[in-house]
Ligand binder design. Sequence first.
Ligand SMILES: Cc1ncc(C[n+]2csc(CCOP(=O)(O)OP(=O)(O)O)c2C)c(N)n1
Ligand code: SF4
Length: 284
Amino acid sequence: MACPKDFDNNVENKWCPGCGNHAILGSIKDALAKLGLSPQEVLIVSGIGQAAKTPHYLNCNFFHGLHGRALPVATGAKTANHKLTILVNSGDGDCYGEGGNHFMNAIRRNLDITLLVHDNKVYGLTKGQASPTSDLHMITRAQPHGVILEPFAPLAVALALKAGFVARGYAGDTEHLSMIIQEGVRHRGFSLIDILQPCVSFNHVNTYQWYGQRVYDLSKDAHDSSDYMAAMVKARQWGDKIPIGILYREESLSFTDRIDGLKDGPLVDRKYDASRLQKLLAEF
Ligand SMILES: Cc1ncc(C[n+]2csc(CCOP(=O)(O)OP(=O)(O)O)c2C)c(N)n1
Ligand code: SF4
C-alpha cells in the first residue's frame, strides 16, 4: 500500500509559514499515494519560482528547469517515456506569463500530463509584483497605483483551446484538492488544475479569509462537467462567488497515443544501435 510518506524527503522547506504551497504539497503526496503510485513511476517537472520549488520537497524523479519552460521539458519526457506519470508544478507567472506560448501548445497537443498551477496572483519569488492573474486595480510595491490590465483567465483560455480536463482547486481545502489531482492524473490527456494559493507575504487581497467567503464546490451545485458551455460560464465566474472543482472533462486521443512510432512501447525501452546513428550523421 502506497502512503503519502513514501513521497517525503528530508529537504529543509523554505516557503513562508502559512503559504498555500504547504497545503498543495500535502495534497500532491496524498493524491499520488491514493493513486497507488510509487516514487519511481512519477516525474515532477517545474520551472522557476516558489511554486517551482515543489519537487525539491518530494521524493520522486524531478527536473527543475528554466522560467516558463517546464511544459517543453515535460513534452520531451512524456514522448521519451509515455509510461511515466508526469506532473508539472508552475506558478501563474511561470505558466501564463513567461510560459504562455507553451501553455497554449501543450493543450493543443493534448499531452497526457497534469499541470498544477499554484495561482497566488503575484510573482512570489521576486517579491510580489503583479502577475498575469492579478486582479484589476490590485496594488503591489511595483504597481503602487494599481494594476491597469485585465486579468488573464486561464480556465476560459484552456476551454477555448478545447483542453480535455479543466479544474480549479483551493489550497484551503486539501481533501478536495487531492481528489481533483487524482482525477486529473487519471484523465488520459492534458489536465489543467489552477489552484487558488494564498501568498501570505505579498498578496494581501486574495487571502484565506477572502477565498473562504467566496469559494463554493461545483459538485454541490449540480454542475454537469460534460457541458462545455456551462463550463465556460463557470470559468468566467469571479468575484463574489468563485467555483472550485472539475469544470469540464472530455477524453480524446493524447499526443503520445497519436504517434505510431510509440505503439511498440516507450522509446526508453528500445535497443539503441549506435551504427545507425553514425550512418544518419554521415548524411549531414
Ligand atoms: C526568463 C526569466 N525572467 C525572469 C526571471 C525572474 N523571475 C524568477 S521567479 C519569477 C516570478 C515567479 O512568479 P510565479 O511564476 O508566479 O511563481 P511564484 O514565485 O509566485 O510561485 C521571476 C519573474 C527569471 N528567472 N527568468
Ligand atoms: S512569498 Fe508568498 S508564495 Fe513565496 S513562500 Fe512566501 S507566501 Fe509562499
